[in-house]
Ligand binder design. Sequence first.
Ligand SMILES: [Zn+2]
Length: 73
Amino acid sequence: MTNIIQKSTTTSKCSCKGCNNQATSYILTKQKVYLCDECFEKLASQAIANRTPKSPQNTIKRKLDKKREENYE
Ligand SMILES: [Zn+2]
């Protein structure tokens, strides 16, 4: 799988609105989206915050826990 976040090797400016920082990385989209460190952090934390709390991992764990409980009865 290709990393969708690539290190920027050019001197492109950050693509975020109102941001004039130099980009340190870019996202591999049809049109490259350049991001500076600051916006990258913002994007990352927002992406994590927006993630649905029910991750498949948790669902599996809950099922296993339930099974374990049943076995103890
Ligand atoms: Zn920026």
